[in-house]
Design a protein around this ligand. Sequence first.
Ligand code: 5GP
Length: 170
Amino acid sequence: MKISKTLISKEEIENKISEIAETINSKYKDEELVVIGILKGAFIVVSDLAKQLQIDVTFDFMSIKSYYGSESSGQIKIIKDLEYDISNKNILIVEDIYDTGLTLSSLKKLLESRNPKSIEIFSMFVKKGVSKDPIEIDYSGFEIGPEFVVGYGLDYNGKYRELPYLALLS
Ligand code: 5GP
């Protein structure tokens, strides 16, 4: 498999991150925020976003595995849990891509059970029309088609995460 086409350029991504950071800065200007990055894919989004935040913020990371069985609800297994207690905190879940929505909807339910003060979700890429378990995405970077994409944190067999742009493989 090789990169066949750039779908979203580095510049477009940088501009979008700045735009979203500005919205988050104004929304949380008087509030503390815990940003929760979902590993591994979200490590690049979180680090680019972090550099543009000018609020009272802490960062934590979670690693989860999704199981797509016959149940439509989906199941997740925690590989690495949060370090901080999120009860009574404003949290922002940062994910690389929203595809079927199963991962984020299960994760949101799980984190809701820990009684945060509020939960918002930022997904850098959102696949159009493929959502099986729709949940509200508060900040979405780019809507894309159903094709498999790599780059900007997203991998194919562990490769291509480092690309500063989003690409298609062929
Ligand atoms: P969902 O539960 O929304 O279907 O799945 C989200 C997860 O599937 C993402 O966190 C990501 O790991 C993986 N995924 C979904 N679509 C793609 C894609 O086009 N490329 C890559 N590399 N991973 C994807």
